[in-house]
Design a protein. Structure first.
Ligand code: SAH
Length: 476
């Protein structure tokens, strides 16, 4: 049964090399840096609607006549130069298009060129803070695999794996529980657009022994993990082969492009990005002069907020996950900061662990927006059941983080290591740090939560095991 095994995993092993004690992306409420060029109050304010109305874009693009905004900005100005040319030629773009260019443009996008996850980068994530995070997620997958009847094969599919740290920690748990998984054929599939980060992932997970562009495959790279598990890399979830799969998306959905909408006296308008005609090397937000196709599609008639962000790409991906799980089985775990359809202006940038003006030096900073879990739930369209969002500190507590911490503390000899363990626990769990603003959300086949023949009320049915994390992980 899963329970003693989970206990074994929690009690197993020693601590690996210490991870850096860096700060996570600062909580907006705790770090009220000024985003001077963003119209309206800063994004941590409860009602971030612009106090000064945004200018309206000219209906037809008039060339400002100003010089190239980023001509003198050097290497880091390449993206701004590219965007300025584009804006001048064809007018303002949606925030989604701006974000897509700034983050994943194949030449100069932030993730393509830099992708600064980790202490030496621009933002730190939970798996980079503590090995315990990934270990508990590894236990979650084993627990679900057992609860679903131990299928003899599964794919672990991670979307946006960053430095590969989370998968590495999960694979260590799989190795510790190798006797349990011995009859199961496990493979790892990573969906990553960044060539730079996929190289780092290859080093983390395989020691760099990978085969680029394998023949007859949709994968762009293949290798074998240090623990002997085959790993393949793809650019798109649709390239991952079908099959029973456990999906993982940690701080992935928040990196996908959002559309922003503003309620005005004339109705809903889309927020666009344009060149500032007054200041040649700057971009600015403007409002669309009329409704845009996105306004028509994405604003619900019953919407009560005055400012709304929608991430259609997240909707499409979650729909794909739900369809795949419905057809082939498995589960998806999504962890991110977000809200349940209540927040308004959450678009922000991070550079060197500090808030960064989203319109300044595009391509050099991480751009992100809170995940709207209510939208994800809606886009699942009932194909699977959903659980959550539940706060990170509750999920990790349910998964047994306290026991794991105790074991690691007992096994560590020196004070510095113990302090570092306690510090990372605090980062993950403290409601003022990452404990409350990060959430866990899961997609599970309906039969995992409700007996398919629920109308049959016969007493003989054994109860379905609770889903760990969303309920306490039972250890006895
Ligand atoms: N999950 C990691 C990294 C989060 S950063 C962690 O928690 O540490 C976001 C990750 O998503 C990066 O690996 C980035 O390159 C990747 N990414 C961003 N947009 C993507 C897209 N459209 N398709 C696939 N990967 C993407």
């Amino acid at each position: 049964m899963v329970l003693p095994l989970a206990r074994r995993a929690l009690l197993a092993g020693r601590r690996r090399l210490p991870r850096p004690a860096a700060a996570p992306r600062p909580d907006r409420r705790l770090s009220p840096l000024s985003l001077a060029r963003v119209a309206g109050p800063p994004c941590w304010a409860p009602s971030p609607l612009p106090s000064a109305p945004l200018p309206t874009a000219p209906a037809a693009r008039l060339c400002s006549g100003a010089g190239d905004p980023a001509e003198a900005a050097g290497e880091d100005g390449a993206m701004l130069r590219h965007l300025a040319r584009k804006l001048r030629a064809s007018g303002p773009v949606t925030v989604a298009e701006y974000m897509r260019e700034a983050l994943t443009n194949p030449g100069q996008g932030y993730y393509t060129r830099r992708g600064g996850v980790g202490e030496s980068g621009d933002f730190i994530t939970s798996p980079e803070i503590s090995q315990v995070f990934g270990e508990l997620i590894g236990i979650w997958y084993i627990s679900e695999w057992m609860a679903m009847g131990k299928p003899n094969t599964f794919q672990l599919v991670e979307l946006g794996p960053g430095r590969g740290t989370l998968t590495e920690d999960i694979l260590r748990v799989f190795k510790q529980l190798a006797s349990v998984l011995s009859k199961c054929d496990v493979s790892v599939h990573l969906v990553e657009v960044s060539p730079k980060l996929s190289e780092i992932q290859a080093v983390t997970l395989t020691g760099g022994k990978v085969q680029p562009n394998p023949e007859d495959e949709l994968a762009y790279m293949k290798g074998i993990s240090k623990t002997g598990i085959p790993i393949s890399w793809y650019r798109d979830i649709q390239d991952v082969p079908p099959g029973y799969s456990f999906y993982l998306a940690h701080e992935f959905f928040d990196a996908l492009p959002i559309h922003k909408f503003q309620r005005t006296e004339k109705g809903w308008r889309e927020v666009l990005v344009d060149i500032d005609p007054q200041v040649p090397d700057q971009l600015r937000f403007v409002l669309s002069p009329s409704r845009t196709p996105a306004t028509q599609h994405f604003i619900q008639p019953e919407e009560t907020r005055d400012h709304v962000e929608v991430c259609p790409e997240a909707g499409v991906i979650v729909q794909r996950l739900a369809s795949r799980i419905e057809k082939d089985g498995g589960a998806a775990l999504v962890a991110d900061y977000g809200h349940d359809g209540t927040k308004t202006d959450t678009f922000r940038g991070f550079r060197n662990h500090r808030l960064h003006d989203v319109l300044s030096a595009p391509g050099t900073a991480d751009l992100t927006a809170d995940v709207d879990f209510s939208y994800l739930r809606k886009m699942v369209q009932g194909k699977t059941a959903t659980l959550g969002p539940i706060k990170q500190r509750e999920f990790l507590k349910n998964m047994g983080i306290d026991l794991r911490l105790q074991v690691l503390l007992q096994n560590s000899g020196d004070t510095a290591t113990r302090e570092q363990l306690l510090h990372s626990y605090d980062m993950l769990m403290n409601p003022e740090k990452m404990g409350d603003c990060f959430n866990f959300f899961a997609l599970l086949p309906h039969h995992r939560l409700v007996h398919p023949d629920k109308k049959d009320k016969s007493e003989s049915k054994s109860p379905l095991p609770p889903v760990a994390g969303f309920n306490e992980l039972l250890l006895k």
